[in-house]
Design a protein around this ligand. Structure first.
Ligand code: ZN
Ligand code: ZN
Length: 604
């Protein structure tokens, strides 16, 4: 957040509207120029220039014009400074429906749902009438807060003001009801809509997916294909996208079938979503097939395929695709480079990574902080810590948390405790430390013997009330998803699952497996350490797969966190002892375990 002193203040403002006609013209001209400039700065999200322009606007007295304050509110919304949006709003002498709308949307877009609802209420109190922009902001905020009660009263107001025929407003209602778990009302609003858009479709599919009723979602979608001409490739692509993010492979496959019947599978938008669906669900070969079959591919589709290759360690394939793009004259963008750098980083290919990093500049693309983080990660993992530091020192932009975090990871792997503590200090200097990093920081300080700082990092974590995300793993069986937490005993087949792990554990130990307990945080010790690590969620999920699926069927497990080092070793032994193929997707990449080896080559 910006300190308020860096903001132009409008308290000493005098509106100097010129009197003579010649100046009148220049006033109008200035006004128009300023609006255009502000819009373009909003589009490019250039904060420093925007602040300058804001100062200029105050000097020229233009900010009292409703259109200008509307643009300013939007500018601060897009640059993620919603509280500055609020300041502009309060300084505006005239608050039109548009002004209200832009400030409420600024809150809704910037994850301040409580403020969005509060201002929505205030607006009604001032007798201003909501419009088709305000309603979606309000319902979105209700959905985030899970406030079905408030959402329902917004719905009433929608009906009263006659917006119940507006496709955007109704779609946002469907989405709100679905996210708040009221699928019946969601469906009712959906059925009564005169036409539907991507938001309403995604909302319904998401709602059904949450309930685990894939059948219903599919029936609905089929129905739409018969009697609703509004279903187009964007609808398909967004519905498949929903399946991909929730890793609903079965539903996704069935929708793919519908795409083929309707010839939508040839669209590169649908193709991109299918590629990432199959890749996320572990079926890289199916992703390749889709990719090959689309005749005209857009850049998004190339990028989707590159990400898939990187995640599945098909590194050479990624490089070949990049070459193919060059031959076909398809201009890569910054995402393309991020994908190839990611591929290099996962395969530990330092020189190749440096090559692509330089190539980016040749293409006229300025490396962003993520590209730098990737390069530092690559060098750090390869043990070239000093080179990584010199890359950071030469960065033309301020290094972000992810850049220092990458260095910290490298230090941890290669045991450079001093440099790790140095990187941790730099992260501490940044204002907002994300939750995952506190543990890393604390461990880095502890390793360097700086116990007080280690305690400080832990305390910070507690003070901010940051909860560690619970590790969950899940397995899809037909149309059902079985979810497990560490040490979970809630599954119907718990006894058999633990029995299986017990048996397997003995076999693994005979094959040479020794549990490495250093991966567990230091609070847990001794026997307990051993216990909890043996029952990490992915192991329960794998054991469930072993007692459920036939031996020749690969066991596919999804996990929301990174697989820990000990589980990674253990799963290698599990694949060797059971003779099974085990595919684990964690939040970072894919691991295909077969005969005691993992496809990631231990880079993950
Ligand atoms: Zn683990
Ligand atoms: Zn692996």
């Amino acid at each position: 957040m910006l300190p308020s002193s860096s903001l132009p203040s409008s308290s000493s403002l005098i509106l100097e509207r010129p009197q003579n006609p010649l100046n009148q013209f220049s006033f109008e001209q200035t006004f128009r120029n300023i609006c255009t400039l502000l819009l373009s700065l909003t589009h490019s999200r250039s904060l420093p220039k925007g602040l300058q322009l804001h100062a200029h606007i105050i000097k020229s007295g233009l900010q009292i014009i409703p259109l200008v304050s509307h643009h300013l509110i939007n500018f601060y919304s897009k640059t993620q400074l919603p509280l500055l949006s609020r300041q502009i709003f309060h300084e505006a002498p005239i608050k039109s429906a548009t002004t209200w709308s832009s400030v409420i949307s600024s809150f809704a877009q910037n994850e301040l749902p409580c403020l969005a609802i509060e201002y929505f209420r205030r607006m009604l109190g001032e007798c201003a009438l909501p419009d088709d922009h305000i309603f979606p902001s309000a319902t979105k905020s209700c959905a985030i807060l899970g406030r079905l009660d408030v959402g329902k009263s917004v719905h009433c107001l929608v009906v009263k003001t006659g917006y119940d025929f507006d496709v955007f407003v109704c779609s946002s209602l469907v989405d709100m009801y679905a996210k708040c778990g009221d699928i019946k009302t969601a469906r009712k609003v959906f059925d009564e809509m005169p036409e539907r858009n991507v938001v309403s479709w995604s909302g319904m599919i998401y709602g059904y997916a949450q309930l685990g009723v894939n059948e219903e979602a599919l029936k609905l979608f089929k129905q739409a294909l018969y009697d609703d001409l509004e279903v187009n490739d964007f609808t398909f692509s967004s519905v498949i996208h929903v399946c991909g993010t929730s890793t609903l492979l079965e539903l996704g496959k069935q929708i793919h079938g519908l795409c083929v019947k309707t010839s939508f599978e040839l669209s590169s938008f649908v193709g991109s979503s299918l590629v990432s669906l199959y890749s996320k669900c572990g079926l890289i070969d199916a992703a390749y097939l889709v990719f090959e079959e689309v005749p005209v591919r857009n850049l998004g589709m190339w990028n989707a395929m590159l990400i898939a290759c990187a995640q599945h360690s098909h590194t050479n394939k990624a490089f070949n695709l990049f070459k193919e793009m060059e031959i076909r004259g398809i201009k890569p963008n910054f995402i393309t480079f991020l994908c190839v750098l990611y591929a290099c980083s996962h395969a530990g290919l330092v020189e190749k990574g440096q090559y692509y990093f330089e190539l980016m500049k040749e293409h006229g693309i300025e490396p962003g902080s993520q590209h730098y983080a990737s390069l530092v990660d690559l060098l750090g993992r390869a043990g070239k810590l000093q080179e990584a530091v010199s890359v950071i020192n030469k960065m033309p932009i301020a290094p972000t948390e992810s850049v220092w975090g990458a260095l910290l990871t490298g230090c941890r792997i290669h045991g450079d405790t001093d440099l790790a503590a140095y990187a941790a200090d730099r992260i501490f200097e940044l204002d907002n430390v994300s939750s995952g990093l506190h543990v890393l920081l604390s461990n880095a300080y502890a390793a360097a013997g700086r116990w007080e700082d280690a305690a400080k990092a832990r305390k910070m974590l507690r003070d901010r009330g940051v909860k560690k995300e619970t590790g969950l793993s899940w397995v899809e069986e037909g149309n059902r998803v079985h979810t497990f937490a560490a040490g979970d005993r809630s599954h119907l087949r718990t006894e058999e699952i633990y029995q299986k792990l017990e048996e397997l554990g003995e076999e693994m130990e005979r094959a040479g497996y020794v549990a490495d307990t250093s991966f567990v945080l230091r609070e847990v010790d001794g026997e307990e350490k051993n216990q909890s690590i043996r029952y990490h969620s992915e192991r329960l999920a794998i054991a469930f797969g072993m007692i459920t699926f036939p031996p020749d069927r690969p066991i596919r497990v999804m996990k929301n966190l990174r697989v820990c080092g000990d589980c990674h070793t253990a799963i290698k032994f599990m694949s060797k002892c059971s003779g099974r193929v085990i595919i684990v997707r964690d939040n970072n990449r894919f691991h295909r375990f077969e005969d005691g080896k993992c496809s990631c080559g231990d880079y993950w």
